[in-house]
Design a protein around this ligand. Structure first.
Ligand code: ASP
Length: 345
C-alpha cells in the first residue's frame, strides 16, 4: 500500500524570521510566507504536503494580542483533521506567551503544534531560520506506529524542542533564545532528532476543543524592594480586575509590612485572585517555607508552584474566559491542566 504524504499546515503570524530591512530606514518589517519558503527550497525534499496560512498583516510579535491567540486556536481547530501537524511561525519576543495561551485554548490536543521563528531574518546568510523551520516541520510530521510523536504545543528553537507552556525567552542576542528551567527538553536535534519520550504527553483520544474566550482583566505585579504601597493599591483597585499574578522573591517571599499586605488582603476579600509565582526562572513557590510567605498564604494568596509568569497569566485569562466559578478557578490553578506545573507529590 502506498504511504500517504504527511500534511503540515504552516501558519505565518510574522516575526523576524520573515522580515526584510526597509531600504530607506533600515528598520526590519515583515514580508510574505511565499518569500520565506522561496529561501528554503529544501523543504520540498521532505515530500510532505505543506500548506500555508498567513495572518494579514504579519506582525512583530510585540503586537501580539489575545484576539490573535483565539484566531490561531480557531484555525488549528478548523483544520485539525486535515493535517498531521501544525507549525506556527512567530516572533520570539512573545512566543512563550502565545505557546502558553495555545496550550490552554487547545483542549484534548492529539497532534503537534510547533511554534518557531528566528533571531535573524531568513534572507540573511547566517540566519537560524532555515534549521528552525526545517526541523519544526519534520517534528510536526513525525509519527511512530501511526501516532504523532509530540502531541503538544511546543517551541522549537536552536536544536531544542520545549513544552511551550514551560518556556520563557531568556536571550535577545543568542540563537538559543529560549529556556525551560522547570521541565526537561522534549527533544534535541543533532544528527538525529532524539525524542525524550518519558517527558512527552500522550495524545488525547478525545475530540479537540478549541476554546474561544480569554479574559484580559488580569495584571502582573513584579515586586521590588521599595515598591510603593500606593502603586499596589491603585493596581488592586483597577476597575474590573479579576486576578493578579504576583511575582515574588525566591520561593514565593514578599515584604511583611502591613502597608504592603493590606491592599492584597482587601482585594482577596473582594474576590480578586492573587497568584504567587517566583521571579526566579527556576524553582517553585512554597508558601509557608519562610516567615515572609506565611502571611501571604494566610490572607488567601494562591501558590503558583513552578509555573512561569507567562503561563500563570494565560491560565488565568483562560479560566476566567471559561467563566469557571471562583472556587473552581482556585482549585484548577493548583492543578496541572496541560503539563504547565509539576504535580506535588
Ligand atoms: N521583534 C521580533 C518579534 O518578536 C523578534 C523576533 O522575531 O525574534 O516579532
Amino acid at each position: 500500500m502506498k504511504k500517504e504524504k504527511a500534511k503540515v499546515l504552516l501558519i505565518y503570524t510574522g516575526g523576524t524570521v520573515g522580515m526584510v530591512q526597509d531600504e530607506k530606514t533600515g528598520v526590519l518589517k515583515p514580508f510574505s510566507l511565499e518569500s520565506i519558503i522561496d529561501y528554503i527550497p529544501e523543504l520540498s525534499r521532505f515530500g510532505f504536503r505543506i500548506d500555508g496560512y498567513t495572518f494579514e498583516p504579519p506582525i512583530d510579535s510585540s503586537n501580539m494580542k489575545p484576539e490573535i491567540w483565539i484566531q490561531l486556536a480557531d484555525i488549528i481547530g478548523k483544520n485539525y483533521t486535515k493535517y498531521d501537524g501544525f507549525v506556527v511561525l512567530h516572533g520570539s519576543d512573545t512566543m512563550a506567551y502565545t505557546a502558553s495561551a495555545l496550550s490552554f485554548l487547545l483542549e484534548n490536543l492529539g497532534k503537534p503544534v510547533i511554534l518557531t521563528g528566528s533571531q535573524l531574518p531568513v534572507n540573511v546568510l547566517r540566519s537560524d531560520a532555515r534549521e528552525n523551520l526545517v526541523t519544526s516541520i519534520e517534528i510536526a510530521a513525525a509519527k511512530e506506529n501511526g501516532k504523532p510523536k509530540v502531541p503538544e504545543v511546543c517551541i522549537y528553537f536552536e536544536y531544542r524542542l520545549y513544552r511551550g507552556n514551560r518556556t520563557y525567552k531568556h536571550n535577545a542576542e543568542n540563537f538559543e533564545a529560549f529556556n525551560s528551567s522547570n521541565y526537561p527538553e522534549l527533544a534535541t536535534a543533532g544528527v538525529h532528532i532524539k525524542y525524550n519520550e518519558q517527558f512527552i504527553a500522550k495524545p488525547s483520544s478525545k475530540k479537540i476543543i478549541s476554546h474561544r474566550s480569554l479574559d484580559t482583566n488580569i495584571a502582573v505585579v513584579k515586586l521590588f524592594p521599595g515598591i510603593n504601597p500606593l502603586v499596589m493599591e491603585s493596581i488592586f483597585n483597577t476597575k474590573g480586575l479579576k486576578a493578579v499574578v504576583l511575582e515574588t522573591y525566591g520561593t514565593g517571599n514578599a515584604p511583611t509590612a502591613k502597608a504592603f499586605l493590606q491592599p492584597i488582603a482587601t482585594a482577596i476579600k473582594k474576590g480578586i485572585i492573587v497568584l504567587n509565582v517566583t521571579q526566579c526562572r527556576a524553582g517553585a513557590v512554597q508558601q509557608g517555607r519562610y516567615e515572609t510567605s506565611t502571611e501571604l498564604r494566610k490572607i488567601g494568596v494562591i501558590g503558583g508552584n513552578d509555573m512561569t509568569t507567562e503561563t500563570a497569566l494565560t491560565k488565568l485569562m483562560f479560566l476566567f474566559g471559561e467563566n469557571y466559578p471562583l472556587a473552581a478557578i482556585k482549585k484548577l490553578l493548583q492543578q496541572s491542566l496541560r503539563g504547565e506545573l509539576t504535580a506535588q507529590g
